[in-house]
Design a protein around this ligand. Structure first.
Ligand code: NAG
Ligand code: NAG
Ligand code: NAG
Ligand code: NAG
Ligand code: NAG
Ligand code: NAG
Ligand code: NAG
Ligand code: NAG
Ligand code: NAG
Length: 889
């Protein structure tokens, strides 16, 4: 059975679903007359310029005669008059003019300062401090230095809808000047995936109820002041294909998603952003349609998946679609979340608190409450035993460790405490699990903040307060590293996935107003709109770029991540080309084609002499040709080359068993033999004068040699980055561009796809999953069936489970015994193994339409799984397993 895991791609990695719930509003009238609209200070306004709206609809007033009256007011002159859709005019005044004077004129309804909407983030006048993540990705520089905001670029978002009433998301729907110009609902609020036949009942508007789509939308388009989108000037469409959550589960189906994609296509978007998917193949329908869109000139950006904890081959579909830009997630450098304010003799300090142990019991204390660090009856700070002192009306500070969070909280509660802060005993912060009978709020704080409070207590009294709106931003210990949930490649056909990475772990963004307005979420769902936004910036800056050129520029200007444990780069199967850098992309003066290299058909033998390097033994090697184009109009560029190797990864231990945390080579930063790293030779760049004239291209041949000092039986995926450094004539600075490459160090076509026997699978069990004994006399029937369980550790194009008699004659496929485009079995119990049924029926056909009753007798089952790139009709391309003989009654 294929286990499908379609769903929204956000993981709760640190702060939980709704780390922050804020109720305060920043948009308030501060003028002396509410008819005069005031903007938050970060909005740039034109001095002395106002837009004046008159009572009534357009045409209700003679604007021209009204204007002449206004011109009688000294210091004011009417500039433009409007009467088609708007009833009013704009005025110019002296700079110190008080607009309240205008508002007091009878017939005037409202007065707005004139704002600059096209480039609202030009920092030249504002000195905005952009969130640190926007500085790391080049987004801040693009908006501030280049004044580019994605204006004129259209992005279609396929998601759960959007709360378009959010003040930071325009508070508008399809009105002139509104960022939301496209989209509709394709599913409605009541699509219950648990019902046998869920029905889509689209409503008129794509309003979001779950929150995912509003969060994604803010990452692209939020206008500030709390959330700054990557492309705040872009024109947006929301195609709502996810319904409200049912029993905590938000789902959709491919047919509904396809109608959303179709509609988005018709609306002519430049970019489609899909934060959705599940394990799959490039042949899945969504992958296929996304590939088609890329060939029609649309850049399609898709989340790579949140199954990283299951290891390699967890890239999702449609992320693995050909031509699609699959996105991995990097943890944010700073986390924004709920805060508690600590007051001690050292002053006040907001500290971050986790989501509460029970989401129904929030940690909210609007006024100061005394805080104590009580010792329990064994004089321990762990709080695993009863407290002897009364904690009545106080909040207890307890150390993590030794017993459950529930026990600690319950002991504090028994002693009268009204809340619990548990300080961590390792780095970081996570949400505790606290269950009944605890009724007081319990949250975790960091080890450092715990120490801070203990120091405060040793110097006097300490109090804590946690108003609902208090939010704090604090540096993260995992900032800049791949998020642990981010799925790994390769795709089932050995393509690199993800192709690029962006911040997606602990991202603070907009949330539906009903759900608090703001939240921190984590997922490749969050990294995906980040990339979509950066592509909008690139597209505004360089409108003529094709889909392929966008890929070339985006990938080659990304920055590979360094693995601090090995000193090498993070493998492309984990982070693709690395962290996006959109400033370098926009200002790049080179295209490199192809921008990523997936090697699968490597040669085995003597390295070609023209490589300029000749080991005196056969190696695995591949040769590729790249085209480097100097797009500068006037300067020639010299190219120098370096190979920048990455960690090698393997999903198997030395004994062949599977490991969800991929094994990494080199194992440490200690220096390693070159033969255990991939090597690259570029004779073209050493033999010739390699200056590339302005506008000209140079073809470069690269020979990539797999590590020959590593055991092939260890099944390493090697990889790295071709690093081309360009020096332009007369410039002292140089710029480097990378091309990720990756391949398999062995004969991939011969790879086993099934788990090794020592892992206990395949196995015949009874219907309850217990190993079946005495198989020869078992006498399986429909009422007392047997089950054939197997586990794929590499995706397989076809898995067939058949029933054979004692002469090895095949009788047919067992029930659930034929599947195509099968993904790897992941680590969670529900998808750890797949199974077929032995109940006395087999099928002559793969579609299970021609059942055959099997007579009593002795049989065995055969699991046949096609090896990578195997031919479906060639028996020898399958890996097979024959079960022990069993009897059917
Ligand atoms: C690898 O080779 C197979 C068979 O030749 C081909 O179908 C597949 O697309 C190739 N994959 C890549 C990433 O080149
Ligand atoms: C912005 O920064 C510049 C340079 O640091 C400074 O001169 C200017 O006064 C600042 N503007 C504002 C509005 O703070
Ligand atoms: C701890 O306190 C609870 C509730 O007051 C009581 O039922 C329990 O017996 C106490 N346990 C010990 C070990 O004192
Ligand atoms: C969480 O708290 C609510 C309200 O007190 C309670 O009904 C619920 O049972 C608690 N959940 C758990 C898992 O204990
Ligand atoms: C500390 O709190 C206690 C109890 O509330 C109070 O009696 C005492 O005066 C406080 N000490 C200081 C230094 O404020
Ligand atoms: C590429 O080469 C440049 C210039 O030597 C260097 O600064 C940069 O770190 C290299 N990039 C990688 C990923 O190794
Ligand atoms: C065996 O299982 C299949 C699939 O559930 C079912 O269609 C078939 O009727 C069963 N055979 C018998 C003999 O009950
Ligand atoms: C059936 O096939 C298996 C595996 O190929 C083989 O080991 C066994 O000897 C065969 N049995 C007969 C009766 O041919
Ligand atoms: C507000 C805040 O905490 N900013 C920090 C974000 O992370 C960077 C890098 O760790 C720090 O330099 C900032 O101070």
């Amino acid at each position: 059975m294929k286990i499908s895991t379609s769903g929204l791609l956000f993981a709760i990695a640190y702060l939980g679903h709704q780390a922050v719930a804020q109720t305060t509003s920043d948009v308030a009238a501060v003028g002396t007359d509410s008819k005069v609209v005031s903007y938050p200070s970060h909005i740039r306004t034109k001095p002395g310029a106002y837009i004046v709206e008159l009572d009534g609809d357009a045409g209700a007033t003679n604007v021209a005669s009204f204007s002449s009256n206004i011109n009688n007011i000294p210091e004011v002159s009417v500039d433009k008059q409007y009467n088609n859709v708007f009833n009013g005019f704009s005025v110019k005044t002296s700079k110190d003019f008080d607009p309240v004077k205008l508002a007091s004129v009878p017939g005037i309804k409202r007065v707005w300062p004139v704002t600059y909407r096209s480039l609202p983030y030009q920092a030249s006048s504002q000195n905005l401090t952009y969130p640190y993540l926007h500085q790391k990705t080049g987004v801040a520089r693009v908006i501030q230095d280049l004044g580019i905001t994605g204006k004129g670029v259209k992005i279609g978002i396929i998601d759960s809808g959007v709360d378009y009433n959010h003040p930071e998301l325009g508070n508008c729907w399809k009105t002139p000047g509104c960022p939301w110009q496209y989209g509709s609902d394709f599913i409605g609020d009541n699509y219950d995936p648990n019902s046998p036949n869920p029905v889509a009942t689209p409503g008129p508007l794509p309003m979001d109820c779950g929150g995912h789509g509003t969060h994604v939308s803010g990452i692209i388009g939020a206008q500030g002041p709390k959330v700054y989108g990557v492309a705040p000037g872009a024109t947006l469409g929301m195609y709502r294909i996810f319904s409200c959550p049912f029993n905590g589960k938000t789902s959709s189906s491919d047919d509904v998603i396809l109608s959303g994609i179709e509609a988005a296509y018709k609306d002519g978007h430049n970019i489609l952003s899909l934060s959705l998917g599940g394990g799959g193949w490039p042949e899945d329908p969504l992958s296929v349609v996304c590939s088609k869109l890329t060939r029609k000139g649309i850049t399609v950006v898709v989340a790579n998946g949140n199954d990283g904890s299951s290891g390699l081959y967890t890239a999702g579909s449609p992320a693995v679609g050909h031509g699609v830009i699959s996105v991995g997630s990097i943890d944010n450098w700073n986390n924004t979340g709920s805060a508690a304010v600590i007051t001690s003799s050292a002053g006040t300090k907001p500290i971050m608190i986790s989501t509460p142990g029970n989401e129904s019991i929030p940690f909210v204390f609007p006024t100061d409450v005394p805080l104590v660090a009580p010792a329990d009856s064994t004089n321990s700070v762990l709080g695993c035993n009863n407290f002897t002192m009364s904690l009545a009306g106080k909040i207890a500070l307890i150390s993590r460790g030794s017993c459950t969070f529930t026990q600690k909280a319950q002991n504090a509660q028994n002693a009268g405490a009204i809340g619990v802060l548990i300080y961590n005993n390792v780095e970081g912060i996570m949400s505790p699990s606290v269950t009944a009978p605890v009724t007081i709020p319990a949250v975790i704080i960091t080890m450092e903040d715990g120490q801070y409070i203990l120091t405060g207590l040793s110097n006097g009294n300490v109090t804590v307060k946690a108003p609902k709106s208090e939010v704090v931003t604090a540096p993260s210990t995992t900032g800049g590293q791949m998020s642990d949930f981010s799925s790994y490649g390769p795709s089932p056909e050995l393509d690199i996935a993800p192709l690029i990475s962006a911040p997606g772990g602990n991202i603070f963004s907009t949330y539906p107003l009903k759900l608090g307005g703001y939240a921190s979420l984590s997922g490749t769902s969050m990294a995906t709109p980040y990339i979509s936004g950066t592509i909008a910036l690139l597209k505004q800056a360089r409108p003529d770029l094709t889909v392929q050129q966008i890929r070339e520029i985006l990938f080659t200007s990304a920055k590979p991540l360094t693995d601090s444990a090995t000193g090498k780069n993070i493998h492309p199967y984990h982070s693709g080309a690395g962290l996006v850098n959109i400033y370098d992309a926009i200002t790049s003066r080179v295209t490199i084609d192809p921008p990523s290299i997936a090697l699968n058909d490597s040669n085995w033998g003597w390295l070609d002499k023209s490589a300029g390097f000749q080991p005196n033994f056969p190696t695995r090697w591949a040769v590729r040709t790249l085209t480097i184009k100097n797009t500068d109009k006037s300067k020639s560029a010299r190219v120098s080359f370096a190979n920048s190797p990455a960690d090698s990864l393997s999903s198997s231990n030395a004994d062949g068993t599977f490991t969800p945390n991929p094994r990494v080579w080199p194992a440490s930063t200690a220096s390693v033999d070159k033969s255990t790293l991939p090597q690259v030779f570029t004779p073209d760049l050493t033999t010739y004068n390699n200056a590339i004239a302005p506008g000209q291209s140079r073809r470069v041949t690269v020979f990539i040699v797999a590590p020959y000092g590593l055991k092939e039986s260890d099944r390493w995926f090697y990889g790295g980055f071709l690093n081309f450094t360009l020096n332009w004539d007369g410039e002292s600075t140089q710029s480097s561009y990378v091309v990720p490459y990756a391949g398999f160090n062995g004969n991939y076509r011969k790879s086993d796809v099934l788990s090794v026997p020592s892992e206990g699978l395949p196995i015949i069990t009874d219907a309850q999953g217990n190993p079946a004994t005495n198989l020869a006399t078992y006498g399986a029937t429909a009422a007392k069936p047997l089950v054939v369980n197997y586990r794929l550790e590499i995706p397989s194009r076809i898995v067939a489970v058949t029933l054979l008699d004692s002469h090895n004659k095949t009788l047919g496929y067992l029930p659930y015994g034929y599947s195509e485009y099968v993904i790897r079995n992941y680590q969670d119990p529900a998808s750890f193994a797949s199974s077929a049924l032995v109940n006395g029926t087999v099928y002559k056909d793969t579609k299970a339409q021609v059942p055959v009753k099997v007579p009593a007798g002795l049989y065995h089952a055969r699991v046949a799984a096609l090896r990578p790139f195997g031919r479906p009709k060639t028996q020898s391309d399958y890996q097979t397993w024959d079960s022990p003989a069993f009897s059917l009654a």
